[in-house]
Design a protein around this ligand. Sequence first.
Ligand code: DNO
Length: 359
Amino acid sequence: MKMVFRWYGEGNDTVSLRQIKQIPGVEGIVWALHDVPAGEEWPMDKILEYKQKADAYGFHLDVVESVNIHEDIKLGLPTRDRYIENYKKTIEKLAQVGAKVICYNFMPVFDWIRTDLFKELEDGSTALFYEKAIVDRMDDPMDLVRKINENPDFTMPGWEPERLQHLTSLFEAYKQVTEEDLWNHLQYFLEQIVPVAEANGIKMAIHPDDPPWPVFGLPRIMTSRDNIRRLLSLVDSPSNGVTLCSGSLGANPENDIPAMVREFADRIPFAHIRNVRVYENGDFIETSHRASDGTVDICDIVKAYHENGFTGYARPDHGRHIWDEKCRAGYGLYDRALGIMYLWGIWDSLERTKQEARA
Ligand code: DNO
């Protein structure tokens, strides 16, 4: 297991590379050019700027999260080919700085969705929270469009301004797109991209949908074990893999994550490991990584990776906001660092037991 830590870049992140360096066992940063719009080719000079910064602290840039997919690709529009060509060029450039894994997602319009970014937990810390009824009430996209038209300031946590600009037309466009269409568009994308990734020594790793069910009337497909199986069969190559995110998939208690790790181990180049607590009404909140704090069995997940001799990359994913830290929601230093130590604790003791059994 190679430990990495997400870093949003200077001026964008409250955590510094110097601080990350002091977390035990972190070898690389998980990065992206967040200011390059989806669909555009990444400029080499900006990629090299990141490399220089990472080099100064001895971090590698093996894992990129995310090279985002232009909506035209997800919508299957004729203009998609142009954006797919740009994507291929970005892959080639990323290979030049040693990238090994590219994380991406195929969620229409939105990435992750929460209803409260700073919901208080019993211990006084705060964390990302999802109140199911709020989102369920907005299951008609046109309702949402009306809401936004009536109140241009209407927003929800995590909605980036550039997505909002095009929201109405995107909702219109997605009205025609079924789940099956989305699968076909994903296949079209992967059939072109995976050979290029393979030739460049890069593994594509799709991120599951968060939460793993349709929202706002938009289709979502990366939601379950069966669907991951289907994804892997779209293009049968080690370069077509998954970012197995225990927190995203874990929001649906029917998802058995340790079983997924065991089944898909050799197609998981990148693991996001975090816990969530799911309530009976379907709400969920993110908790510390400790297994007993949430509903996701982090111990068994790490055990499953260990059993399979996992040599991929892992990151602690989100954390709570603790000790009065002011940070990007979910991306503080303290709780993610604690999460890493928990993961190492489990991993090292499993490793020790294995060595003792051999002796
Ligand atoms: C949230 C993240 C997601 C993830 C993308 C991957 O914090 O887990 O934004 O990076 O969905 O493409």
